[in-house]
Design a protein around this ligand. Structure first.
Ligand SMILES: Cc1cc2nc3c(=O)[nH]c(=O)nc-3n(C[C@H](O)[C@H](O)[C@H](O)COP(=O)(O)OP(=O)(O)OC[C@H]3O[C@@H](n4cnc5c(N)ncnc54)[C@H](O)[C@@H]3O)c2cc1C
Length: 403
């Protein structure tokens, strides 16, 4: 085995962001070394990916492999299920309102992650070292990683896809603002008597969102955000009692519920780095942003990080980790990441808050969205691809002015 290799791109981390980054950089013609373990254990979550992210998976030849296990998302609904004084009206977003058949697909991670790993293993432009980076050495010209298996990798650019604790981020000297949240997500899949009609419903409660997302057939996935102690209690219930609790929480909207085997609890936190690239390291995925699972944002945002990073690397082919390229990446990603992170964190805080002004602001915001179709369409387009909503709004305004 070659223990001293110079590779232009080193991707650290083999979660979905790392696998997608490795595939994208290799397809763009870079020699890629991916460092990270093969996924072990079952990930029972599903990931709702919107159309722009799906286009990227299609380009990477991964989508066809997973499409049959996914359900389209045609309608997304927000229901205020708090018992607060000020409550919001139900807000419904329909893909048809913005001329789309669907917003995206809900994909089981147990299908998506193996399909990505298979594509990486088959790609001749990627060397996958199934080890961990133990030590980083970052100097003006290169990023060096010493791996747990004793080998070393040297690259022009290190892509940090090594998750929320990101050792690469720390080695690059990028500080973060981190918050632990009084919340955990109970995750499971369930069958139901009624039709979901490809509708996802997010019930907002005082402890966080309870989100049902369609799966193929009479099945849905659930992310139920509650206090950590409650998550533990719910996960320990017998199937019949938990099924009843889920049905009650959904106001029997999908009829009789039966939970499937496999429940997982994810503690929630928030992490926002102060910069998104430095010292030959660029952050993508959860290394670049961690927030609660509201509105299916996380991996969609991570895929946009990767797309932007590859575009900038292609413009700086001889040294994609140079100061100029990293500055361009930081500048490009900052508005999108900060806008998404703060919107999700604010919404989450307003749910947890007993303060009337926070409830009023949330209710007024959702009320305006629910009642005013052009604004709703704007938000739907912004949800799909930031900037496109502004472009459509500007186009609409221009038309008004011309009339
Ligand atoms: C309950 C829940 C529901 C969600 N639902 C959605 C959704 O519907 N839509 C959506 O877009 N997002 C969703 N998300 C967010 C999404 O799951 C994350 O954005 C995504 O999993 C992050 O992937 P990642 O590859 O960045 O990080 P991870 O999956 O954490 O991967 C990090 C990888 O780095 C590796 N690593 C760590 N240290 C090292 C090292 N030193 N050397 C090498 N490798 C290392 C780890 O082993 C791991 O494989 C959800 C999140 C949660 C918690």
């Amino acid at each position: 085995m070659d223990h001293q290799k110079t590779a232009p791109i080193l991707v650290a981390g083999s979660g979905p962001a790392g696998l997608i980054a490795a595939l994208g950089f290799a397809d763009a013609g870079f020699a890629v070394t991916l460092v990270g373990p093969e996924a072990g254990g079952l990930d029972g979550r599903t990931t709702a990916l919107m159309n722009p992210a799906l286009k990227i998976l299609e380009r990477l030849r991964v989508l066809d492999e997973v499409r049959s296990k996914a359900a389209p998302l045609k309608v997304m609904r927000i229901v205020d299920a708090t018992s607060r004084l000020v409550r919001s009206p139900v807000v419904t977003f329909r893909a048809s309102e913005i001329g789309e058949d669907e917003f995206g697909l809900n994909l089981p991670n147990s299908a998506l992650n193996p399909a990505l790993a298979k594509a990486v293993a088959a790609h001749s432009g990627i060397e996958w070292r199934k080890s961990m980076v133990e030590t980083w050495r970052l100097d003006a010209g290169h990023a060096h990683a010493i791996l747990a298996d004793g080998s070393e990798v040297t690259a022009s650019l290190a892509v940090a896809a090594d998750g929320r604790l990101s050792p690469a981020r720390e080695a690059a000297g990028i500080s973060t603002s981190a918050r632990s949240l009084p919340q955990a997500a109970l995750v499971l899949n369930f069958g139901h008597r009624g039709e979901h009609a490809f509708t996802s419903t997010e019930f907002h409660t005082e402890t966080g969102p309870f989100t049902q997302v369609p799966l193929p057939g009479h099945r849905s996935s659930l992310v139920w955000v509650v206090e950590p102690e409650t998550a533990k209690e719910l996960a320990a219930l017998d199937d019949a009692t938990l099924s009843m609790r889920v049905e009650q929480q959904m106001q029997s909207m999908l009829g009789r519920v039966s939970v499937e085997p496999g429940r997982q609890v994810y503690p929630l936190s928030g992490v926002t780095p102060r910069r998104f690239a430095r010292n030959r390291v660029a952050l993508v995925g959860e290394a670049a942003h961690v927030f609660p699972p509201i509105g299916a944002q996380g991996l969609n945002l991570g895929i946009r990080d990767i797309d932007d990073l590859i575009e900038i690397a292609c413009k700086n082919k001889d040294d994609p980790g140079a100061v100029k390229a990293l500055a361009a990446y930081d500048f490009r990603r900052r508005p999108d990441i900060l806008a998404r992170s703060s919107a999700v964190n604010l919404l989450n805080r307003s749910l947890l808050s007993d303060m009337l002004p926070a409830q009023l602001a949330r209710s007024a915001g959702l009320g305006v969205l629910g009642g005013f179709a052009p604004l709703r369409a704007f938000f739907m387009r912004e949800g799909l691809r930031p900037g496109s909503g502004f472009a459509a709004l500007a186009g609409g305004l221009r038309k008004q002015v011309r009339r």
